[in-house]
Design a protein around this ligand. Structure first.
Ligand SMILES: Nc1ncnc2c1ncn2[C@@H]1O[C@H](COP(=O)(O)OP(=O)(O)OP(=O)(O)O)[C@@H](O)[C@H]1O
Length: 460
């Protein structure tokens, strides 16, 4: 496609989308080239690329086709030299303390201040989030917060095991808020980045700037907050930031790998603040949700690998066997598509078995709460009904606590889930049991040996 053709297409787009949309979204696009049926455009920010793609992608493609060009897809690349207008998507994430320190600048705290957040992943939108029973509540809460307007619950606290979509939902909220209210100052960062920013501000005597900057945001999102557990001064600062924002009725969204009350070494006052809004968890995925996610991914891959055949039953097989987390599931599918396209084979059961041996083997080894309970009961010669029942004598209570401890360390289950499997016990009882064993392990070598033996036999 020549620049002239793009010029003509732009005129058509102006008519189709109206002056204001055109000025905001189409005019800043810089046509780069067409390669193998893909038209590439430069955009100033990932946010813009994502927005244009979602809202005007089809229209642009249609107009280009009408102009007689053989373009099947359009892609947006971020032009590194261009100024990025929105804070949350401006800076690359700092990968290490050193990187964080060198990437930081002592920013003056005004409304024009750059917010040193992490970039948002353009793939993590509500459109690409598959909703199922295990995550419907978290999704609904995230949607509600993303609508903006008066703060409904503060903070929104999302928690769940590894790779279940917490970061995805947070980014989706940020994208949506930015799209609805571009003037909002949305800051997304990990708790780790918060800590490094804080340490750096201390070191460089920029605390006032640090405080003002964090207090000047409209929406603060902190991912993986469990990271600051045990880090007292960071927690203290986080607490003040949190309170200042809540007082100003600014929205706060927090994620963690467990419920607020389960984060050990997190100060009580922070825990209770985090519990004061809406706490929702992402449950482990169900078969249906996994299948839905795979189907959606396949749709995406169709564009990238148009010629690959996918045999019936493969997705069902993956959804059935890969139960740990969505990241592993996605990785498996990516590997199949990559491998299939490299060797020119259809994706069938043979290819899946061949390519995914390692993942499938790990899945087979996955330990369940039931197995742990059975093993521990066998070892101590007690009945399952006594293990999950109410009796409190030590001969039963100790093996029960050991089983709780192993469940915590050998499965991905949350404390409430473990509690349910232990006759409906409360998560605080489970936490107490685990703590007790952690203490005993240090003082009672017989218990330490038992645990080690049980662990080895469960892993075998
Ligand atoms: N419901 C879903 N629909 C579509 N994709 C999903 C869903 N849940 C998770 N994913 C995908 O799984 C991957 C892992 O998700 P994400 O990074 O959000 O997990 P997380 O809960 O933040 O994990 P961690 O504890 O490691 O930070 C991402 O690629 C994300 O897009």
């Amino acid at each position: 496609m020549t620049d002239e053709t793009w010029g003509a297409v732009r005129q058509e787009l102006l008519k189709a989308v109206g002056q204001s949309n055109f000025t905001n979204w189409i005019e800043p696009l810089e046509f780069a080239e067409v390669q193998d049926g893909v038209a590439f455009f430069n955009v100033p920010t990932p946010f813009m690329g994502n927005w244009v793609s979602r809202h005007f992608g089809d229209r642009i493609l249609a107009e280009i086709s009408k102009a007689g060009e053989d373009v099947r897809r359009i892609e947006f690349n971020v032009r590194s030299s261009a100024a990025a207008p929105h804070p949350a998507s401006q800076r690359p994430a700092a990968a290490s303390p050193e990187a964080a320190a060198s990437a930081a600048d002592p920013a003056p705290a005004s409304d024009d201040t750059d917010l040193p957040g992490a970039p948002l992943d353009s793939r993590f939108t509500f459109d690409s989030f598959v909703v199922g029973k295990p995550n419907e509540l978290a999704h609904a809460a995230a949607r509600r917060v993303a609508e903006g307007g008066p703060v409904a619950f503060n903070p929104l606290f999302l928690y769940g095991g590894v790779g279940l979509g917490k970061t995805h939902l947070m980014h989706a909220i940020a994208w949506e808020l930015q799209a609805r209210q571009p003037e909002l100052r949305v800051l997304y960062l990990s708790a780790e980045q918060f800590m490094y920013r804080f340490i750096q501000a201390l070191r460089e005597r920029q605390m006032m700037d640090f405080k003002q900057m964090f207090r000047s945001v409209d929406v603060l999102m902190v991912d993986d907050v469990q990271f600051i557990a045990g880090k007292d001064s960071t927690q203290e600062e986080f607490f003040h930031t949190f309170n200042a924002l809540v007082d100003q009725r600014k929205q706060i969204i927090i994620s963690a790998d467990r419920a607020p009350g389960e984060i050990e070494q997190m100060e009580g006052r922070i825990v209770s603040r985090m519990q004061s809004g809406l706490v929702v968890d992402l449950h482990p995925t169900s078969y249906e949700l996994r299948l839905g996610i795979l189907q959606q991914k396949v749709e995406q891959y169709r564009g990238q690998f148009p010629n690959i055949q996918l045999t019936d039953g493969v997705l069902e097989f993956l959804a059935h066997r890969i139960t740990s987390n969505v990241r592993v599931l996605e990785g498996a599918l990516t590997r199949l598509f990559a491998f299939g396209s490299l060797v020119g084979r259809p994706i069938d059961m043979d290819l899946a078995q061949e390519c995914l041996t390692d993942i499938l083997r790990t899945m087979d080894r996955k330990t369940t709460i039931d197995e742990i309970q059975r093993k521990v009961c066998d070892h101590y010669n007690i009945r399952i009904s006594d293990m999950v029942g109410p009796k409190r004598q030590r001969a039963l209570a100790r093996p029960r606590q050991i089983a709780m401890y192993l469940c915590k360390h050998m499965t991905q289950r949350s404390l409430p889930e473990i509690g349910r499997k232990f006759g409906g016990r409360d998560h605080t009882t489970i936490m107490h049991g685990i703590k007790r064993i952690e203490e005993l392990k240090g003082t009672d070598s017989a218990i330490a040996e038992d645990i080690e033996m049980l662990r080895r036999s469960l892993e075998a």
